[in-house]
Design a binder for this molecule. Structure first.
Ligand SMILES: O=c1ccn([C@@H]2O[C@H](COP(=O)(O)OP(=O)(O)O[C@H]3O[C@H](CO)[C@@H](O)[C@H](O)[C@H]3O)[C@@H](O)[C@H]2O)c(=O)[nH]1
Length: 462
């Protein structure tokens, strides 16, 4: 309950413009809104259009948060792939656009005023602008607490000579934050863009700036739970892990919101027809791309495995080319394979027919898979995904790595062999079930993430 005479809370949420950032923040905002707090969610115009297009009419009617947009400064025909141009444009245009937006909202009436801004840590520096307009600052991390801890340690790592000013590891050594957090290797840091130093420097700079602001923020929220990564959580001041962030309803639609593509709900009737614990789910998030050779190897591995599979093949998965499958592949696997452009992933992973998850180890996929007790076959692509793989394989022991050959390819033999190894590994399955129980406990009643969320709601209202 808001205290009489106090301003009504009004939260403005600002994600970084990418699928893996928009979706978890939207899940959090839905939960906040479900507690009677007004939430306005700001996407770039380009992403706003995608998000709205992927919502059903019912979702739009039921959506408890207000969706609005600001320009991203890029020309309409830009493909807005994560990289230098997008980052540069966001840095150049977002502060001014947000200032104008907040001034406009605040000017409407005192009840409308923005009281709190939740910003993704990648663009955490915008909080320097919004704080001047009277809004409290809260930082959100859509990846692991370990990544957040790493960002906060950047100045120390530069002073110690571990990192240079481009965010590269100076001495070709491992970066270690604590004995119980997997080390980071060269090119596997959250800001790493191997082979593209210009983009990496810019991303590194924004992380550094976001980290500085985060030290001054009231709270640092994250889609993790304390029991999953205690040493990393302990390194972060004012930290409130509130994960796993799950969809708030079971309507088997895109009602969580925040999806950039229309979810193919025919997955459910297909999964219903498969045996319990039999289906290989294959999905690489929203950014990872593959060479045609690598796509062929994966397709042929799924064929060799003889198991049912559900494979998410985005139209842009083949690195700018049209996706092609090996000759006759689709016909040969037609009876046991389903290929979709975008799946309702969280619900798919929760389905009893799923046996394992071939994943790029994006943090959202990692949290969703572990919350559903699904073992992983890890295929990281860039950035934090390598560190997530270390968590999965070495720390939590709920998955296996895929090793590339001398040409950098994961061969059909490697993939099909590891699928069998994974599915016959009893200890991995047992660990996955234990972690699922831990994850679900953390969001139930009196447990850690649930309590942290209550603390945050109380703070917003009082
Ligand atoms: O068919 C699909 C495939 C994915 N998803 C969802 O899309 C999100 C994808 O997020 P994630 O698994 O984190 O992958 P990316 O899209 O690659 O996410 C980016 O953002 C993450 C969070 O910061 C980072 O961990 C990743 O490395 C980075 O690539 C998840 O919620 C999935 O459930 C679907 O709904 N349907």
């Amino acid at each position: 309950m808001a205290v009489k005479g106090k301003r009504q809370p009004h939260v403005l949420a600002v994600p970084f413009p990418a699928q893996g950032h928009v979706r978890p923040l939207m899940k959090l905002c839905r939960r906040i809104a479900s507690r009677g707090i007004k939430v306005t969610f700001v996407n770039t115009e380009h992403i706003h259009a995608k998000v709205v297009a992927a919502m059903s009419e019912e979702d739009k009617r039921q959506n408890p948060i207000q969706l609005i947009s600001i320009p991203d400064g890029l020309p309409p025909d830009d493909d807005r792939s994560p990289g230098f141009e997008l980052m540069e444009s966001v840095i150049r245009t977002m502060p001014g656009n947000l200032r104008n937006l907040i001034e406009k909202i605040n000017g409407r009436s005192s009840d409308e005023k923005i009281t709190c801004v939740i910003a993704d840590i990648t663009i955490g520096w915008i909080l320097d602008v919004t704080q001047k307009l009277g809004a409290e600052s809260v930082v959100f991390q859509s990846a692991a607490a370990a990544g957040m801890a790493m960002v906060l340690q950047i100045p120390k790592l530069i002073r110690a000579g571990n990192l240079d000013m481009n965010g590269s590891v100076k001495k070709n050594e491992l970066i270690n934050l604590s004995d119980n957090i997997p080390s980071w290797r060269k090119n596997e840091l959250p800001w790493s863009f191997p082979g593209d130093l210009k983009t990496q420097s810019m991303v590194f700079e924004t992380f550094m700036a976001g980290g500085k602001t985060a030290h001054r923020a009231k709270w640092l929220l994250c889609n993790t739970f304390y029991e999953l990564e205690p040493p990393a959580c302990n390194l972060i001041p004012n930290f409130l892990p509130v994960g796993p962030l799950l969809s708030t309803n079971n309507s088997k639609s895109s009602a969580i919101g925040g999806s950039f593509w229309l979810e193919d709900t025919t997955c459910f009737s297909w999964l219903d027809k498969q045996q319990i614990g039999s289906v290989i789910y294959v999905s690489f998030g929203s950014i990872a791309v593959f060479s045609q050779d690598q796509l062929n190897e994966l397709a042929l591995a799924l064929e060799i495995s003889s198991r049912p599979f559900l494979w998410v093949v985005r139209s842009n998965l083949a690195n700018g080319s049209i996706v092609k499958f090996p000759n006759g592949f689709l016909e040969r696997v037609a009876k046991r394979g389903k290929i979709v452009e975008w799946a309702p992933q969280e619900e798919v992973l929760a389905h009893s027919s799923i046996a394992c998850f071939i994943s790029h180890c994006g943090w959202n996929s990692t949290m969703e898979g572990l919350t559903m007790g699904v073992p992983f076959l890890c295929w990281p692509y860039f950035s934090d995904q390598f560190h997530n793989q270390s968590y999965i394989c070495d720390m939590w022991k709920i998955g296996l790595r895929l090793n590339p050959d001398e040409n950098g390819l994961r061969s059909r033999l490697e993939i099909s062999t590891k699928i069998e190894m994974l599915l016959s590994d009893y200890s991995i399955k047992t660990n996955a079930v234990k972690l699922k129980e831990m994850a679900l406990e953390s969001v139930s009643g009196s447990e850690s993430s649930s309590q942290n969320f209550e603390t945050f709601i109380y703070h917003l209202k009082n």
